[in-house]
Write a protein that binds this ligand. Structure first.
Ligand code: SF4
Length: 507
């Protein structure tokens, strides 16, 4: 009698064919793209999970030494949680291997679109491969090397004993030859080690210690993946013509994976008088910069108005408050009240879903801010960690009393293109905490976490009287339908944002 569930039967049926042969190893170089049909739902969920994984890889790579136990334990936990292959399991992780394969290729499509994206993707994939390769047992490592056509052979104990002296003297830092495994590698694959005089050479072969073999494997993988990304980028035009895929891929490359920091949770909890103080205490640098520019110039160009306006909406400004806030500031500059009411007020109502298509827009995530619409001269939007000149960033941080050692750490992270981690460090220094305990993905997350910390874990105090309660009520129904955070695909969101930006184009 068959007691297996439908899902288990399906899995068995899949494995009964030749599908298992597709993934003979838990690890691969992703040389062949998947050829099976993948539903849009699976396409998106696989991609979002891999993106989450790569973000964890990035975070851990900066916070821990890669060979440390903490690094390995945390990464393994994440791989298990997201159901990716986490150890070289023998037979029964077909689904995990399939997900690993398909999700890699989807993100390859999404992350081949610019130099920045390619570099980020390549770095995280390399770190992931390094971890997994080093976790393989000796036997599986050998099999994997053969599988990816790098048939480096581990030398026998006899040969090792015979060459012990040479191996010891020719390999820097090598003291216990007996405890190390050595691989016999063709010279062409070990040129770097040979040039640096770090290996023993005999009869046209390099004898590479185990600790260096992962560098050779990774080099090989880097070359292959870089080429593949460049090739994929060339085929983008044909993908961009696919109206189902393109919005999904755009969302992924700008994607923010985390909770939704949209407006309705906080509406009406902030008063306009609080904003100046909050900008110094709880705004991330991008929003602090925008707020200061607005106060100084009584104006922001459209990129700044969209980014800052949606952030303020996210922290709880009601429509009425937003209209009052922007109007008060703008009429102190060159815009008179009439011009504001006719031009700018409409765009603000639009962003709150009260005009046009009535889309209730959500605040921008870090990825969206970092990856799209870079600021030009006279603009204040964007991410200062990504878009500011390092010297200007340094000056800004000094003016905010960040200690010199903290500034050095931030600038190091910026140099390594870890912009969100630089922002996390800024958070830690601003709040005098050692570890923020979350992964920063969103300016509104920064604000919420800051407020939580400053208030000792309590929620924001609600303002006793405000004009926003009715707005909150009206929006609550809309919010159920309009959560456009890109954790779930919203294929119309890009088009809608274009609509929004069109309303903000007046400088
Ligand atoms: Fe703003 Fe995100 Fe950049 Fe921080 S990392 S400054 S929150 S865009």
């Amino acid at each position: 009698m068959d007691f297996s569930s439908g899902r288990a039967r399906l899995k068995q049926a899949r494995l009964a064919g030749d599908r298992r042969e597709l993934y003979p190893h838990s690890l691969q170089f992703y040389l062949d793209p998947p050829t099976e049909n993948v539903s849009l739902v699976e396409f998106e969920s696989f991609a979002v999970d891999r993106l989450k994984l790569l973000k964890v890889v990035e975070n851990l790579g900066v916070s821990y030494v890669r060979s440390s136990d903490s690094y390995k334990t945390k990464l393994e936990a994440e791989l298990r949680k997201l159901k990716f292959p986490y150890k070289a399991l023998a037979e029964d992780d077909y689904e995990a291997r399939r997900k690993d394969h398909i999700s890699h290729f989807i993100l390859r499509l999404a992350y081949c679109q610019s130099e920045d994206l390619r570099r980020w993707f390549l770095q995280q994939e390399m770190d992931l491969l390094r971890y997994r390769f080093n976790e393989l047992s000796e036997n599986l490592r050998q099999k994997f090397l053969e599988h990816v056509n790098l048939p480096f052979e581990a030398i026998s104990e006899d040969l090792k004993n015979e060459l012990a002296n040479e191996l010891c003297t020719s390999t820097p830092g090598m003291t216990k030859v007996k405890e190390q495994m050595f691989y016999k590698v063709g010279l062409a694959d070990a040129v770097d080690l040979f040039r640096a005089r770090r290996v023993f050479i005999k009869d046209g072969f390099a004898y590479v210690p185990h600790k260096e073999i992962d560098a050779i494997v990774l080099n090989n993988y880097r070359t292959k993946l870089s080429k593949a990304l460049a090739l994929t980028a060339r085929s983008l035009p044909s993908i961009q013509s696919d109206e189902r895929l393109q919005p999904l891929l755009n969302h992924l490359s700008h994607s923010y994976v985390g909770p939704d920091y949209s407006v309705q949770k906080n509406t009406g909890k902030i008063s306009l008088e609080q904003i100046d103080a909050l900008s110094g205490k709880s705004f991330p640098l991008c929003m602090r910069q925008l707020h200061k520019a607005l106060r100084d110039n009584h104006h922001l160009r459209h990129g700044g108005r969209v980014q800052y306006g949606l952030f303020l909406k996210g922290i709880g400004l009601t429509l009425e408050q937003a209209l009052e806030f922007w109007k008060k500031e703008f009429i102190r500059g060159k815009v008179d009240a009439d011009k504001f009411d006719k031009g700018y007020a409409y765009s603000i109502r639009h962003s709150y879903g009260k005009e046009g298509k009535r889309t209730d827009y959500t605040p921008y995530s870090c990825m969206k801010i970092i990856m799209s619409n870079p600021p030009s001269q006279g603009d204040y939007h964007g991410c200062p960690f990504r878009h500011s000149d390092p010297e200007l960033l340094k000056q800004k941080l000094q003016s905010y009393k960040i200690p010199p050692s903290g500034i050095t750490q931030i600038l190091e992270l910026v140099k390594g293109m870890h912009y969100q981690l630089a922002c996390q460090k800024y958070f830690e220094l601003m709040h005098d905490v050692d570890d923020i305990g979350f992964s920063l993905n969103h300016p509104n997350q920064y604000f919420t976490e800051s407020q939580r910390l400053l208030s000792g874990g309590r929620e924001l105090k609600k303002e006793p009287s405000n004009s926003g309660n009715s707005q909150q009520k009206n929006n609550s129904q809309e919010s159920m339908n309009s959560n456009s955070a890109p954790t779930s695909s919203n294929t119309t969101a890009d088009a809608e944002l274009e609509g929004l930006e069109a309303y903000f184009t007046e400088d």
